[in-house]
Design a protein around this ligand. Structure first.
Ligand SMILES: Cc1ncc(COP(=O)(O)O)c(C=O)c1O
Length: 395
């Protein structure tokens, strides 16, 4: 009997260069199998080991494994114990989940505009947003957008905040460095292991921190606020007693995810190198093409891009047409991001004077495929298609 349905007839043709790829290596698949066979699948020794190995990888003192980056941002914000409804600044050029996290933590998001070239908030846009708050901002969520590292200290200063009031959204930032320090060595840095991220597990996240008190709080709060997780209760000599001192979340990571993460982490240095090679190849192919601006990156010596995304800017209102024609040629693309104030849920957050930098940048953004299994021939194919379409439009 056929397993095909009528819908298969109308499905889009398979893209020859899909936008994204989720590579779960064979060792990672085997590690997951081992955990499944072990009889212990929830948070346990694999999660603990993943936390230690991940912390070492990003130069952090501590790491707390969680179920997603979104919930990691919420936990990091909650661990600041800010007053309910306090204003928290965040870039509008980010993923909606980061702004939901502020709301779910009982705080009030205040949107910050970005530079229309770099896509990042600047000291001036942060100070302007801070000036719109009736009370002093209580926190700042900063995204290392596309893997391009931000100057956290400068932006915190512009908000009038100490750096421990910054929650870094490093969903794109695994592998970024700023002034010699890996992103991850700050006081609350949240990573994503979503299927398309630089360290894909499928789902999952990690919060790294240099503050042992916040770490202890987040460890409890990620599992209902319980004073002892199941692993500790069921260890030989463990006790079934525990306390619940506050309202926690259900946001722990399973050992299956952690085992995949540990194995994937071993591949990460090679993957990061590969991303940099592929980004340089796009640069070589696209540099000087009229109407195309290459992705922003740190000045030499200032930092290192993680190349989560290769997001070009396409001028002259040509972005949508380029995306459509690339799709016709078998190339998948995406846009990161639709500024959050364009969504109906957040429309009420637009400040007087609007967010013109983000509005202008959004019209031009186009993310091209970038992942370790992409071949250089595929990069050349994508870049040639971009050049053909653009030159065709100019003809
Ligand atoms: C910048 C940014 N922040 C946060 C998230 C949320 O990550 P997660 O799916 O792990 O919650 C994403 C996911 O795409 C993202 O791109």
């Amino acid at each position: 009997m056929s397993t095909l349905t009528a819908a298969d007839d109308t499905r889009a043709p398979t893209l020859s260069v899909p936008f994204a790829d989720c590579w779960i290596t064979e060792p990672a698949q085997a590690a997951a199998q081992d955990v499944l066979a072990s009889g212990w699948v929830t948070t346990g020794k694999e999660s603990q080991a993943f936390e230690s190995e991940f912390a070492a990888h990003v130069g952090a003192d501590h790491a707390v494994a969680v179920s997603s980056c979104t919930v990691g941002i919420e936990l990091a914000l909650r661990s600041l114990r800010l007053p309910a409804g306090a204003p928290v600044l965040t870039s509008t050029m980010t993923f909606c989940g980061a702004v939901h996290a502020i709301q779910h933590a009982g705080l009030r998001p205040v949107l910050v505009d970005v530079d229309e070239v770099t896509g990042m908030p600047t000291p001036a846009t942060v100070a302007r947003a801070a000036g719109t708050c009736e009370e002093k901002p209580a926190g700042l969520v900063l995204v290392h957008w596309a893997g391009d590292p931000l100057d956290v200290a400068a932006l915190a200063g512009a908000a009038g905040l100490p750096t421990d009031r910054v929650v870094e959204d490093a969903a794109h930032g695994l592998g970024s460095h700023w002034r010699g320090a890996p992103v991850g060595s700050g006081s609350a840095v949240c990573f994503s292991f979503y299927a398309t991220k630089n360290l894909p597990i499928g789902e999952g996240g990690m919060v790294t921190s240099d503050d042992p008190d916040r770490v202890a709080w987040m460890r409890r709060a990620r599992l209902h606020g319980m004073s002892q997780d199941a692993w500790r209760r069921y260890l030989p000599g463990g006790s079934w007693r525990y306390d619940v001192a506050e309202s926690g979340l259900k946001a722990n990571m399973s050992d299956v995810q952690a085992a995949i993460g540990r194995a994937q982490l071993r591949a990460l240095p090679d993957w990061q190198q590969r991303r940099a090679v592929l980004a340089a190849r796009y640069d070589d192919n696209l540099r000087g093409v009229p109407g195309v601006q290459l992705p922003h990156r740190p000045e030499p010596g200032a930092g290192r891009h993680a190349w989560h995304l290769y997001a070009i800017q396409v001028g002259g209102g040509a972005r949508d047409d380029l995306a459509r024609q690339l799709a016709e040629r078998g190339v998948g693309t995406s846009v990161h991001f639709i500024p959050v104030h364009h969504f109906s849920h957040f429309a009420g957050l637009v400040p007087p004077g609007g967010l013109p930098g983000a509005d202008s940048l959004f019209e031009r953004l186009l993310s091209l495929p970038l992942y370790p299994r992409l071949t250089t021939a595929q990069v050349d194919h994508v870049a040639t298609a971009v050049v053909d379409v653009i030159e065709g439009a100019l003809r």
